[in-house]
Design a protein. Structure first.
Length: 91
């Protein structure tokens, strides 16, 4: 019984301690990424943001996509798809 409490305490201290920020553990706790007045969530990396910009340009009528990144970066791909969908519904 004591061993399981020790392990649980260790895991809790790692999650709540210095191994990651609390904002990454709490939904909506990080820095928001807004583009063209649309909220694309929190804690987005540069590949995702690049995808959003390209997806929004595509939704506006100028097809823009980095095909290499689209195939190799999941973050770019998700950003591009989110940008195309969310910016497309804004028009």
């Amino acid at each position: 019984m004591k061993r399981s409490h020790l392990i649980l305490s260790l895991v809790a201290s790692l999650l709540l301690g210095g191994c990651g920020s609390m904002s990454s553990l709490i939904p909506g706790g990080g820095e928001a990424y807004t583009y063209q007045g649309i909220d694309f969530g929190t804690d987005r990396n540069e590949a995702f943001k690049h995808g959003v910009r390209d997806g929004c340009a595509t939704a506006a009528g100028t097809y823009t996509k980095d095909h290499t990144l689209f195939r190799s970066s999941g973050d770019y791909k998700v950003g591009w798809e989110d940008g195309r969908l969310k910016c497309g519904t804004k028009n």
